[in-house]
Design a protein around this ligand. Structure first.
Ligand SMILES: [Zn+2]
Ligand SMILES: [Zn+2]
Length: 555
């Protein structure tokens, strides 16, 4: 049987992910993975926290703690937030582990042996007070382009230009604040992407037809056209894995290298048998979700490592890169004190609301704008009016008129799917199989809309009222509500990947616990009229609106 590995780009363990990060990779990957499991696929879902890199090292120095402590604390926070958001990973791991280090060294050594690693030399800033090299955020100064005084060693936030430490005017060390900085020549190691260009090119040409998103294809072809260049895989800093060869004691493995390999390292943490079964299995499809900023790491660098090391690990099969969820009116990230990150979001509304709204707005093919008003409209008019109301009205009508349905001990048989229902289900599975995930959500919503149409055209409450005196009305009542029950039940199944908590509530009325199988769509089921019917979704309250508006940009 075909095996599938679903991955989401690893969140950086420096801060709590914001809504744009969440909808960019973890959420669609989780939704898709749930669909695969409902379909009965042999799949695992791997993600974890990316723990190395300069922002974490510098933040730890400023707090006076070890980077590992900071990265592990943030990892636990992010992990529990994802769990509250209903994400069901096979394993949510992290990159700073012995298992990941093993895989990193295995691939590093193989690349070395196969001639794809080469020494490099460049000038690096060194602080004589702290006795260490200063990369990225460890060095600041005046921007040579805009004269802004807070330009970092990698970028100027004022004008957005990319910089190197040597370009900074009058630089100082951000640890000690002093200007005792020298530039010294250092050795590092780089992967010869230039030498791997031909193999990476054939990989992309032969694989990109497998439902790759257009942005991933275009970006990768553009990079190949420019020509791949060698790229450093070690860096002169302290926080990271040691370089496993002599002469590079001042450096560690570059964070990007151990982060992409982390997909395998995290699987190894789950169990060596998962690595051999999935990563080294014959019939494996690796489906990777990420934001568009991460395309290059997944279509060029990760495959180049796997091809160059030739250790038999599965190459990516599908690359699904999202565009950005943007917002002019709402602060997403915490840089200005407040930000609507996933932690703040969960304090206002439950997980299903965020999952549904974000997937409704999923920036699958173009940047998409988010606002509080949009959120309110989707919750009120789609979740509440279209889906929640239908479910509640149908179940209450059936419950109150169970005697008209020849029910046995309160159990009412639901009808079979007719052509109108089957057509929507077929579209849903087709869209999911092609990774058109937002379209699949639209199909689930369309099923509820079909129920609403039947409700208003057939008026089952009138049929129920006329049933005692009119046998034809009673027969029609039975037909109509059985079909409506089928729609409610099937909507529960189709919505499960998107709103697992609410969908479970719906399916529970029919005696189904846990993750539903898609086979249920063809099976008989019974509605238990003895169960208390609860509200599925509510409209956003004034109070919730006020809490949300705290995250708006002040004009
Ligand atoms: Zn600047
Ligand atoms: Zn210093």
């Amino acid at each position: 049987m075909e095996k599938i590995i679903v991955t989401s780009a690893l969140p950086y363990a420096y801060s709590v992910p914001h809504l744009g990060n969440f909808v960019g990779s973890v959420l669609p990957a989780d939704v898709f993975y749930k669909y695969l499991k409902m379909k009965g696929s042999d799949a695992i879902f791997i993600c974890g926290s990316d723990q190395h890199g300069t922002p974490i090292e510098l933040a730890a120095i400023k707090k006076g703690i070890e980077p590992m402590q900071l990265a592990d604390e943030m990892h636990e926070t992010i992990k529990s937030l994802f769990s509250r958001l209903g994400c069901t990973f096979s394993y949510y791991g992290k990159t700073h582990t012995d298992k990941n280090k093993e895989v990193v060294y295995e691939l590093f050594n193989a690349l070395m042996k196969n001639g794809y690693i080469t020494p490099t030399e460049d000038m690096q800033a060194y602080c004589d007070i702290d006795k260490r090299f200063l990369t990225d955020r460890f060095i600041e100064g005046t921007c040579p382009y805009c004269q802004g005084t807070h330009a970092r060693g990698d970028q100027c936030d004022d004008c957005g230009m990319l910089l190197t430490p040597m370009m900074l005017i009058d630089p100082h060390c951000t640890i000690c604040g002093k200007k005792e900085i020298r530039f010294i020549k250092v050795k590092n190691l780089a992967i010869r992407l230039d030498k791997l260009q031909g193999k990476v090119k054939s990989f992309i040409e032969s694989t990109s037809q497998n439902n790759w998103s257009k942005n991933a294809i275009n970006k990768s072809l553009g990079l190949l056209k420019e020509g791949l260049k060698q790229r450093d895989i070690t860096r002169s800093m302290k926080w990271g894995f040691d370089v496993p060869v002599d002469g590079y004691e001042n450096s560690v493995i570059y964070v990007w290298f151990d982060a992409v390999i982390g997909y395998i390292g995290i699987t190894k943490e789950l169990g060596d048998e998962y690595v051999s079964k999935y990563w080294k299995g014959k019939d494996t499809k690796l489906i990777q979700f990420m934001g568009k900023d991460n395309i290059e790491f997944h279509t060029i660098m990760f495959p180049a490592i796997l091809i160059g090391s030739d250790r038999g690990y599965a190459l990516p099969y599908t690359i699904k890169a999202s565009e950005h969820l943007t917002s002019r009116s709402v602060k997403f990230s915490k840089s200005q004190g407040v930000g609507l990150n996933i932690e703040a979001a969960l304090q206002i509304l439950g997980a299903d609301y965020w999952r549904f709204v974000l997937m409704h707005l999923y920036p699958e093919t173009a940047d998409t704008e988010f606002s509080i008003e949009m959120l309110r409209d989707i919750v009120n008019s789609v979740m509440n009016d279209k889906i929640g109301n239908l479910v509640n009205r149908v179940l209450i009508i059936v419950k109150n008129n169970a005697s008209l349905l020849d029910s046995a001990e309160g159990m009412v048989d639901i009808g079979k799917a007719d052509a109108s229902i089957s057509k929507i289900i077929a579209s849903y599975t087709e869209n999911f199989d092609k990774l058109n995930i937002r379209e699949a959500l639209a199909d689930a919503t369309a099923l509820a809309a079909l129920g609403n149409e039947i409700m208003s055209s057939k008026e089952p409450w009138m049929l129920a009222k006329n049933s005692p005196t009119d046998p034809r009305a009673r027969a029609e009542f039975q037909d109509v509500v059985r079909k409506l029950l089928r729609i409610v039940f099937d909507a529960g199944v189709l919505l499960y990947p998107f709103t697992p908590f609410a969908a479970s509530k719906v399916l529970d009325y029919f005696g189904i616990k846990g993750m539903p199988s898609l086979d249920l769509l063809d099976s008989d089921a019974q509605f238990d009229t003895r169960k208390h019917v609860e509200i599925l979704f509510s409209k956003i309250t004034e109070r919730e609106m006020e809490q949300l508006k705290k995250f708006e940009n002040k004009p």
